[in-house]
Design a protein around this ligand. Structure first.
Ligand SMILES: NC(=O)c1ccc[n+]([C@@H]2O[C@H](COP(=O)([O-])OP(=O)(O)OC[C@H]3O[C@@H](n4cnc5c(N)ncnc54)[C@H](OP(=O)(O)O)[C@@H]3O)[C@@H](O)[C@H]2O)c1
Length: 272
């Protein structure tokens, strides 16, 4: 397999996710922007790619012909149409990576030539800022080296893990939908402060920074969340009083239930 600087990369779809991932890949400096091409029916999203030195086209076939690695970054309902349009151009050398939510590997493989190298990738919204959490699941035609290549290529997009396809729906509940759960928590934190008399805009800024800082400590410190929580709890102090209120409100059970509900919904949508 070629080294990253030689790898030709294409995106079918020029929306937010394609932009975030392309930006992450180029930020690493490992891939020159002249090796990247993106397609979309309209010009609407082209300028931001062109500013990065990425080539643009209206032809999905041109993307496939000029790329070894092709990201499918269109909405799930368009996947079949797009794959029907490019399937004749796809060769055994191509690596096709779909980020479409709810479309199983088996369906993608069915729409492509037999033996095609297909990978499912589930990003989340913070991939747009290169702080995402990405789970990759490799299809039958994608060997271990493909997982290694993608892990290394996408490392500047955030955390990148490889796992079985059954984890993709769990990842969707945990991380895709989890982003919204965190926003609800952020909103509630700030509203608590507003209730206690702080101006709303200031409360929101402080809530966001509290979540960011706590997340970085958790990610980079190597400690279990329970240990970090215990370290903040002085006996008889403010935090343990606050935590008691959270436990009475059922935050822990509600959050576990939210991940479970979102995972089950992802499974349900994938079966349709
Ligand atoms: N956003 C998220 O948080 C998130 C998280 C996980 C997974 N995903 C998945 O990522 C994929 C992309 O999502 P997104 O949020 O980036 O969508 P988006 O912003 O709506 O972008 C979709 C892009 O697809 C283009 N497109 C439409 N029809 C096309 C066709 N026939 N051929 C080529 N391109 C076509 C659109 O073209 P125009 O520019 O002309 O409109 C647009 O550039 C989806 O499958 C979604 O499930 C997204």
């Amino acid at each position: 397999m070629e080294e990253l600087p030689q790898l030709k990369i294409g995106f079918i779809g020029a929306g937010n996710m394609a932009f975030g991932i392309a930006q992450g890949i180029l930020k690493s400096g490992n891939v020159p922007s002249s090796n990247v091409i993106v397609s979309a029916p309209s010009k609407n999203n082209f300028p931001r790619f062109q500013e990065m030195g990425v080539a643009v086209t209206h032809s999905n076939e041109e993307v496939v012909d000029g790329s070894r690695l092709v990201f499918l970054a269109v909405k799930p309902h368009l996947i079949a149409t797009v794959l029907n349009g490019i399937s004749e151009q796809v060769t055994p050398q191509h690596i096709i990576v779909s980020m479409a939510a709810g479309i199983p590997l088996a369906r993608l493989e069915e729409l492509l030539p037999v033996g095609s190298c297909v990978v499912r990738m589930m990003p989340n919204l913070p991939c747009m800022l290169q702080e995402g959490a990405v789970l990759l699941a490799c299809g039958k035609g994608a060997g271990q080296e493909v997982g290694f290549l993608l892990k290394s290529l996408l490392s500047t997009c955030g955390l990148v893990e490889v796992g079985p396809e059954t984890w993709i729906d769990v990842h969707t509940g945990l991380s895709g939908s989890g982003v919204a759960f965190v926003y609800v928590f952020a909103e509630a934190l700030a509203e608590g402060a507003v209730k206690m008399g702080m101006p709303s805009a200031l409360a929101q800024r402080i809530a966001a920074q509290t979540i960011l800082g706590s997340g970085r400590l958790l990610r980079d410190g190597g400690k279990h969340p329970a240990q970090l929580r215990a370290e903040v709890c002085t006996p008889g102090g403010t935090t343990i009083y606050g935590l008691h209120a959270l436990e009475k409100g059922g935050l822990r059970a509600a959050t576990m239930g939210a991940v479970e509900a979102a995972t089950e919904r992802a499974r349900e949508l994938g079966c349709k």
